[in-house]
Design a protein around this ligand. Structure first.
Ligand code: PLP
Length: 327
């Protein structure tokens, strides 16, 4: 991918490899799932109604992507998943080695080169008539779909509009943010508020009014020439981690720290980071432009580095397409 001149102010993504792989059967065109030890087309995947993953949001997950047939930071995702399991006192019915194989197989079945995979552990359920969490048998399930964009490339090109919600992100003292969990009602209600206000997405505050994170992403902003990403009350996102590493390589000053609402409103650059879309520019807060309302130079530089490295298979693990078998 050609490196873009910063003053062109245009985002570029690497060409897809246009893999000519096909799903093993046409019913896997839209995705695959793994439930109760079996692979099936994603549209056929079902969960038991009584699983506390559904009844209590008692679950953790990991979202992993492939690009050009390469998983990104797969081992780091599996390590983070193990950390979530430990913190939730869950026992996986599958070994992590087997989960790695299942993750490969889900993508292989679909034949995708650019995929979005979620691996999920739910609490399961206790015997009928009991509410004893210790009796639950934890359940593993997973699915794969085509690569998912938190914001479509054409919308990223002009940058998104951000709404700063007055709602407080579920505090870390209540729910551990280092567990990648599904406590999203605060995000979902804020998103509806943000859409009502004409914005594309939202970020939530903490109990002190400082900026935290949004539905499926971390945030970076420039504060006095340094890029800062909120340090507390947030998931340590894989793309956030990657961005801090890329900044170090590129000589861009970046760190985790407190970000106040005022600092965010005065920023010249803001971007979001997520497995679902990479580095995503924000060019306005409500109707107020961020800086001059155009894509910021650091955002462009980091976006270019992120996607060109991914195209080259940086921190990658090739998908084992040979694992595709008819279920
Ligand atoms: N914060 C929250 C609450 C998330 O759910 C996610 C991803 O789903 C992120 C941050 C971004 O994390 P990652 O870069 O690992 O996708």
């Amino acid at each position: 991918m050609a490196v873009q001149e910063a003053d062109e102010r245009k985002l570029v993504w690497p060409e897809h490899s246009h893999s000519n792989r096909q799903p093993i059967e046409s019913r896997f065109e839209r995705g695959s799932a793994y439930v109760d030890g079996e692979f099936c087309p994603i549209e056929e995947a079902r969960l038991p109604l009584l699983d506390w993953g559904f009844l209590r949001s008692d679950a953790c997950q990991e979202t992993i992507s492939t690009w050009n047939g390469q998983f990104f930071r797969l081992q780091d995702h599996l390590d983070r998943f193990e950390r979530s399991l430990k913190r939730l006192r869950m026992q996986s019915p599958e070994t992590i080695g087997r989960i790695r194989e299942i993750t490969h197989e889900l993508v292989a079945i679909c034949g995708y080169s650019d995929a979005y995979v979620q691996i999920i552990m739910t609490r399961g359920r206790p015997p009928i008539g009991s509410r004893d969490i210790r009796l639950c048998k934890n359940r593993f399930q997973a699915f794969c779909m085509p690569y998912m964009w938190l914001a479509k490339p054409k919308d990223q090109q002009k940058g998104l509009s951000l709404f700063i919600s007055k709602r407080v992100r579920v505090p870390s003292a209540s729910v551990d943010p280092f567990v990648k969990h599904y406590h999203w009602l605060d995000f979902e209600m804020s998103l509806l508020d943000g859409f009502d206000a004409g914005s594309d997405t939202v970020v939530l505050v903490d109990l002190n009014g400082n900026i935290t994170e949004g539905p499926g992403f971390n945030l970076f902003t420039d504060v006095d020439g340094r890029l800062v990403t909120p340090s507390t009350g947030v998931l340590d996102g894989m793309t956030r981690r990657t961005t801090l590493e890329v900044c170090e390589d590129l000589g861009i000053d970046a760190a985790a720290g407190i970000v106040t609402e005022r600092q965010l409103r005065q920023a010249n650059e803001i971007f979001l980071t997520s497995t679902a879309g990479g580095i995503i520019p924000i060019t306005s807060i409500g109707k107020q432009p961020v800086g001059n309302g155009r894509l910021g130079p650091k955002t462009l530089q980091i976006h270019t580095a992120y996607w060109s490295r991914r195209a080259e298979g940086w921190l990658g693990e090739p998908v084992k397409y040979e694992l595709a078998r008819r279920p």
